[in-house]
Write a new protein. Sequence first.
Length: 57
Amino acid sequence: MSKFDEIQTEVKTTPGLGKKMAKYGAVGAIVAIPIPFVGPIFGALAGAAVAYAKRKD
C-alpha cells in the first residue's frame, strides 16, 4: 500500500478529519493570496498538511 493510500484510508476512517483538512486548506489559501499564481495552491496544501499532522489532537 502506498503512502497516498494510507492517508486516504485514514481520512476516510477518522471522523471529522476531512472537514478539518478542508477548513485549514481554505485558511491557508486565503493567507497565501498575496503570492501570485501558485500562492493559494501551496497555501491550501500547507493548511491541509497541518490539519493532517494535528489529527491526533
